[in-house]
Design a protein around this ligand. Structure first.
Ligand SMILES: OC[C@H]1O[C@](O)(CO)[C@@H](O)[C@@H]1O
Length: 516
């Protein structure tokens, strides 16, 4: 039986209180963290395709790129140093996310946002002023620290603030902000490439300071989440915050569940060893495999290297940057589709449809490149061919953007109970970063060696992950965080890992004023 389809309906509680404007505003500010990340993801591809930037920092690549006659199209940009500029950020983010998890737990969600914003700001300044490769890389590392903090804290913040019924949509605010950040970066590159004098790349890199300031300033005004306040032992304050964000004094039932979960969490002194215990095997698996798969959709091949890729297949410099803008727009619009459908149709439908669509598009791009460039990487695309490739890439980006993009953050963050949430999120972010780094670092040389086969390589992964979702990922739509264990318990495979007493309802009732 395809047990992945288990949906827990009866278990979902309808807590009182709706989406208050207070929740919306706080979530909007918090989602700015995603802007930081997105701007960085989107900016490096355009910058590394700008002639002056290559001349200044990577003269060898620049010469190779001009040397049309001797080089296979697939290998024009193959340089480990060039990819290190892009990917070093994700290595720093990886290391930072572990520190961020401690800060998030001990000092609250707000503090992590402030730290992230400030280091991001420093990185943007160093990058904009760079005069050598060392400065470029150091700047990228600082940006990485910012991204590590932001990615650790923002999804958790959003899940904790949102009422269960709109948690999906609000959490996707994070991915939405990432895609808007990418699009802004694409537009900025398109504009700065035209600046005469060749210093446009500086503007591109320095403008990252804008989202950094937004997030830093925003974080001073944000309240902490009730869960985080409780986690640090302030019961009354936590309840007041819950009443405030739900817009009703009647929050006893929800608060009791939060309280129970928080008490249970306090018994756990080592969230890291905890998440390794058998009963958290489903969560550990989701927090590792989902981000791994998200990156092995190959999405960042497009996000990092779209301009380079389009140049490789014969687009002109301006057309390449324009094409990146087009994929950026598709990315934002398709993420919106997810916002409006994730709580209506659920996560699994999006995952599965997205997977099939990505698979088809990747295979067709691989076939097109095989036919037009063959193994030797020589050939050209007609206008029609080029338009068709661009169309396929847009359809692929759209599929990613309503499935693995947002769900890659949403599902791992919503399946973890409080006692493992920081650890689970840290694993999610770091796995995402490791593989963002890996794909970022090896793509240009993979393209050089695998040639058109690269697209089949990623298509293979997409097939595997779609099957994985079908069998192993249960539907989490409408399941309050505190009720997740009930859902795992009902799953054909994961059920055996969940002890009976882990299912809430059988928990001890600690508070004297409990009403439910
Ligand atoms: O929108 C695309 C972007 O989304 C992410 O997968 C994060 O969820 C990034 O790695 C990618 O660049």
């Amino acid at each position: 039986m395809a047990g992945g389809g288990v949906v827990v309906q009866g278990g979902a509680k309808n807590y009182e209180g709706g989406v208050t404007s207070f929740v919306l505003v706080t979530c909007l500010v918090a989602a700015m963290g995603g802007l930081l990340f997105g701007y960085d993801l989107g900016i490096s591809g355009g910058v590394t395709s700008m002639d002056q930037f290559l001349k200044d920092f990577f003269p060898k690549v620049y010469r190779k790129q001009l040397n049309k006659g001797h080089e296979s199209a697939y290998c024009k940009f193959d340089s480990q140093l060039l990819t290190l500029f892009t990917s070093s950020l994700y290595l720093a983010a990886l290391v930072a996310s572990f520190f961020a998890s401690v800060v998030t737990r001990m000092y609250g969600r707000k503090m992590s946002m402030t730290v992230g914003g400030i280091s991001f700001l420093i990185g943007a300044i160093i990058n904009g002023a760079a005069v050598n490769i060392a400065m470029l890389i150091i700047g990228r590392l600082m940006l990485g620290v910012g991204v590590g903090f932001a990615n650790q804290v923002v999804p958790v913040y959003l899940s904790e603030m949102a009422p269960a019924k709109v948690r999906g949509a609000l959490n996707i605010g994070f991915q939405m902000a990432i895609t808007i950040g990418i699009l802004i970066a694409n537009l900025v590159n398109y504009g700065t490439a035209k600046i005469s004098g060749g210093w446009g790349w500086r503007v591109s890199l320095a403008l990252a300071a804008v989202p950094a300031i937004l997030m830093t300033v925003g974080s001073f005004f944000l309240p902490d989440t009730p869960n985080s306040i409780l986690e640090r032992g302030h019961v009354d304050e936590a309840k007041k915050m819950l009443q405030k964000i739900r817009g009703t004094p009647n929050v006893d039932e929800e608060f009791q569940d939060l309280y129970d979960a928080s008490e249970a969490a306090k018994q756990v002194h080592h969230p890291w060893t905890n998440i390794l215990r058998g009963r958290y095997r489903p969560q550990l698996t989701m927090c590792t495999l989902i981000p791994f798969f998200q990156q092995f959709t190959g999405i960042n091949v497009i996000m990092f290297y779209a301009p380079v890729l389009f140049k490789t297949i014969g687009f002109g410099a301006e057309a390449s940057l324009m094409s990146a803008v087009i994929t950026g727009v598709v990315n934002v619009v398709a993420t919106l589709v997810s916002v409006f459908s994730v709580d209506k149709f659920g996560r699994r439908v999006l995952f599965l449809e997205g997977g099939v669509q990505m698979f088809i598009c990747q295979c067709l791009v691989g076939i097109m490149l095989a036919l037009k460039f063959g193994l030797r990487g020589e050939g050209t695309l007609t206008k029609f061919d080029a338009d068709f490739v661009l169309f396929l890439i847009c359809a692929y980006v759209a599929a990613f953007a309503w499935s693995w993009g947002p769900l890659g953050w949403l599902v791992p963050s919503e399946v973890c109970a409080l006692e493992i949430r920081s650890a689970g999120q840290a694993i999610n972010v770091s796995t995402n970063m490791i593989f963002t780094f890996v794909v970022g670092q090896v793509f240009l040389s993979m393209l050089c060696h695998f040639k058109f086969g690269l697209f089949f390589f990623f298509a293979g992964f997409v097939a595997v992950m779609t099957v994985f979702v079908f069998y192993m990922v249960p539907e989490t739509r409408n399941v309050p965080i505190e009720e997740m264990n009930r859902m795992w318990k009902a799953h054909w495979f994961w059920g055996k890992y969940i002890p009976d007493e882990a299912v809430i309802g059988s928990s001890n009732e600690i508070q004297p004023n409990k009403t439910a």
